[in-house]
Design a protein around this ligand. Structure first.
Ligand SMILES: NC(=O)c1ccc[n+]([C@@H]2O[C@H](COP(=O)([O-])OP(=O)(O)OC[C@H]3O[C@@H](n4cnc5c(N)ncnc54)[C@H](O)[C@@H]3O)[C@@H](O)[C@H]2O)c1
Length: 258
C-alpha cells in the first residue's frame, strides 16, 4: 500500500480506456479509492465494478461537465488526492496538408483545453487542502516529429502545462508530472493493428527493448509518480516507450545492434 493519505481518492479521466483502466486497476492494488471518470459511462461502470472502484460521467471538452464531476467526487466519494489526466482524442497518421480542421479543433478542445480544465477543476480541492499529486498523460509524439500532426502538438502543450502547474502549485503541496507512453498495446491499438492501420512489427523494430509497451507498464509509472515515493519529483516528463525515442538516431547508422 503506497497511497498519499488513507482517506484520499484517485480520479482517472479516460479511465475506461486501455491505459486508463490498467492504471485504475494498479491504483486500486496500491490501496487508493478510485474513481473512473469517462465519456463512456457504461464502460466506466463496467471497469469500476470489475476492480471495486466508483464511476462517473465526464466530458473533458465541456467545462461544466468537468466542474460537475469534480463536485460529485468531493461530495459523494471523498477528497481527491490524486488525479490522472488521461482522457484524450486520438488521431491516425496523415500529412499536415490533409488535416481536417474540424478534427483539429476537437483535438485542441479535448486534449489542450480539456486537460487544462481538468487540472483546474480537480486541483481546486487539492489547493484548498494543500496536498495532492497529478499525472498528465502525454505521448512520445510530443517529443519528436510524427505524422500525428494535430495530436502531437496537443500533447506538447500538455507537457508545457505540466511544467506550468508544477511551478505554480509546488508551494501549495501539489506535485505535477507527465508520463509519455510510446506505442502501447491497448485494445483500441490492437484493433487498429487488426485493421492494418498500424504495423506492430515496424513499431517493435523501433524499440531498443524489442517489445511494445503494455498498458500496465504505463500504470506502474503513473502509480509511482502519484505515490509518496516520488515526493521530491515534480515537473518531470517520463517516457514509457520501451526505448523508442532513444533508438531513433541509430537508423542513420544502419539500425540497432541485434
Ligand atoms: N495507446 C497508445 O499507444 C498511446 C500512446 C501514447 C499516448 N497515449 C495516451 O494515453 C491516454 C490513453 O489512451 P488509450 O490508448 O488508453 O486510449 P483509449 O481510446 O483506449 O482510451 C481513451 C479514453 O478516453 C475517453 N475519452 C475520450 N474523449 C473523452 C472526453 N472528451 N472526456 C472524457 N473521456 C474521454 C474514451 O472514452 C476512452 O475511454 C491518452 O491520453 C493517449 O493520448 C496512448
Amino acid at each position: 500500500m503506497d497511497r498519499t493519505t488513507s482517506a484520499d481518492v484517485a480520479v482517472i479521466t479516460g479511465g475506461a480506456g486501455g491505459i486508463g483502466a490498467a492504471t485504475a486497476a494498479i491504483l486500486r492494488e496500491d490501496g487508493w479509492r478510485v474513481v473512473i471518470a469517462d465519456l463512456d459511462l457504461d464502460r466506466a461502470q463496467a471497469e469500476a465494478s470489475r476492480i471495486g472502484a466508483s464511476a462517473c460521467a465526464i466530458d473533458i471538452a465541456d467545462k461544466q461537465s468537468v466542474d460537475e464531476a469534480a463536485a460529485w467526487v468531493e461530495r459523494e466519494i471523498g477528497p481527491c488526492g490524486a488525479l490522472v489526466a488521461c482522457a484524450a482524442h486520438l488521431e491516425n497518421p496523415h500529412r499536415p496538408e490533409a488535416q481536417d480542421i474540424a478534427e483539429f479543433d476537437r483535438i485542441v478542445a479535448t486534449n489542450i483545453r480539456g486537460t487544462f480544465v481538468t487540472l483546474t477543476a480537480f486541483g481546486a480541492s487539492m489547493l484548498r487542502r494543500g496536498r495532492g499529486s497529478i499525472v498528465t498523460i502525454g505521448s512520445i509524439t510530443a517529443l519528436n516529429s510524427s505524422p500525428l500532426v494535430a495530436y502531437g502538438p496537443s500533447k506538447s502543450a500538455i507537457l508545457a502545462m505540466t511544467r506550468d502547474f508544477a511551478g505554480a502549485w509546488g508551494r501549495k503541496g501539489i506535485r505535477v508530472n507527465c508520463v509519455c507512453p510510446g506505442p502501447t498495446r491497448t485494445p483500441a491499438v490492437e484493433a487498429s493493428y487488426a485493421r492494418g492501420e498500424r504495423d506492430p512489427g515496424i513499431m517493435t523494430a523501433q524499440t531498443a527493448l524489442g517489445h511494445l509497451v503494455d498498458p500496465r507498464d504505463v500504470g506502474h509509472a503513473v502509480a509511482f509518480l502519484l505515490s509518496e515515493r516520488a515526493r521530491s519529483i515534480t515537473g518531470t516528463v517520463l517516457p514509457v516507450d520501451a526505448g523508442t525515442l532513444v533508438s531513433q538516431l541509430w537508423s542513420l547508422y544502419g539500425g540497432l545492434p541485434a
